[in-house]
Design a protein around this ligand. Structure first.
Ligand code: SF4
Ligand code: SF4
Length: 332
């Protein structure tokens, strides 16, 4: 097995992040708390009663992270939710500034600091997706390669989806919109996110997705069956496309705006590049940006999840360099 130091370091970080975000509260014995975020007005009381029916599912740290710290991790999870959950709830409930300011400041700080580093190193869904791609490679299932225009279309679809989801979260707050319209639109981001299905099943909280079972053994069997079906589908989808959800993920779309100007930069010395295309083949987001760059030093395109596989695998010494605040931390 070839030793790629960045890739292996990243795997260790991904495993730790997965354990912390999914099971941190249990592992560290952190107690869930109930915190009243903001007062609900009479008009929305019916909705509030339904949505906050069981407050014991609040996580120990009542704040949000840019990556997938899923709200559906039940009492085993560590944080209240992810960036999209925060934005959706804020647009829907419109709490006072003083209530959202601490979370907003933390989110903005982390986004500026690390941008899509969250996707590449910390997101549990991205990690699971990469593991299934590794399983595909290990089992010899060939990958289908799509033309660049297809990936560009997906990127545009990701922007459209993000805008539609944020708009729907805001539209729910309009008092003239009927309850029957509001209800299915609530947290629309979560309804389409794979994390909402995967997280409750992996953390032993199928009840979070409205699954009720007559006994523990039935619950276990159904959970294992659903996980098997889902991971089989994801396994085959990785043959069609690596990190398929990440190419559409609304959280990733918002973080992508912070790639340019992030404290972490990826630089290319084009004179050292031999156009071997190893970086293009290694990229989990299937971008050609590093491979194609000829003139700019900083390669900070929006699709990059800052995994640095390109840097790890590039055979040319000092052709690619990762810097934090201008200081080199990894070199090819
Ligand atoms: S361009 Fe490089 S760092 Fe960015 S996602 Fe692709 S392989 Fe990872
Ligand atoms: S792997 Fe390195 S040398 Fe090869 S094309 Fe990419 S940047 Fe150039």
């Amino acid at each position: 097995m070839v030793w790629h130091k960045i890739t292996w370091s990243r795997r260790v970080v991904q495993v730790l992040s997965f354990l912390f975000l999914f099971y941190g509260a249990t592992l560290l014995n952190l107690k869930p708390q109930e915190i009243k975020w903001y007062s609900l007005d009479g008009k929305n009381q019916k909705m509030a009663e339904l949505l906050y029916a069981n407050p014991t599912w609040t996580q120990p740290f009542q704040t949000f992270l840019p990556g997938r710290s899923c709200r559906f991790a039940g009492t085993t999870g560590t944080f209240r939710g992810c960036l999209m959950y925060f934005l959706s709830d804020t647009l829907t409930w419109r709490p006072p500034w003083k209530v959202i300011l601490p979370s907003l400041a933390l989110l903005l700080g982390l986004m500026v600091l690390l941008a899509r580093f969250w996707c590449g190193w910390l997101c549990p869904i991205g990690f699971l997706s990469e593991m299934l791609n590794e399983a595909r490679r290990f089992t010899g299932l060939a990958r289908i390669k799509f033309p660049a225009w297809w990936l560009a279309t997906l990127k545009a679809a990701g922007y459209a989806l993000t805008a539609a989801l944020l708009f729907s979260a805001w539209a729910i707050s309009w008092s003239f919109v009927a309850w029957s319209v509001k209800k299915p639109l609530y947290l629309a981001t979560c309804q389409i996110c794979p994390s909402k299905l995967i997280t409750p099943l992996l953390t032993g909280f199928p009840v979070m997705i409205n699954l009720q079972f007559p006994g523990a053994s039935t619950a276990l069997l159904v959970t294992l069956f659903v996980l098997l079906v889902m991971f089989t589908l994801l396994y085959f989808s990785s043959a069609v496309m690596k990190r398929s959800w990440c190419k559409l993920c609304p959280g990733g779309v918002i973080l992508s705006f912070f790639n340019r100007g992030s404290f972490l930069t990826k630089e290319k010395d084009a004179l050292r590049c031999t156009k071997c295309a190893i970086c293009a083949d290694a990229c989990p987001m299937e971008t050609l940006a590093v491979y194609e760059e000829k003139s700019r030093v900083i390669v900070d395109h929006t699709q990059c999840i800052q995994c640095y596989r390109c840097v790890d695998l590039c055979p040319e010494k000092k052709c690619l360099t990762v810097k934090f605040l201008g200081l080199p931390i990894f070199k090819s």
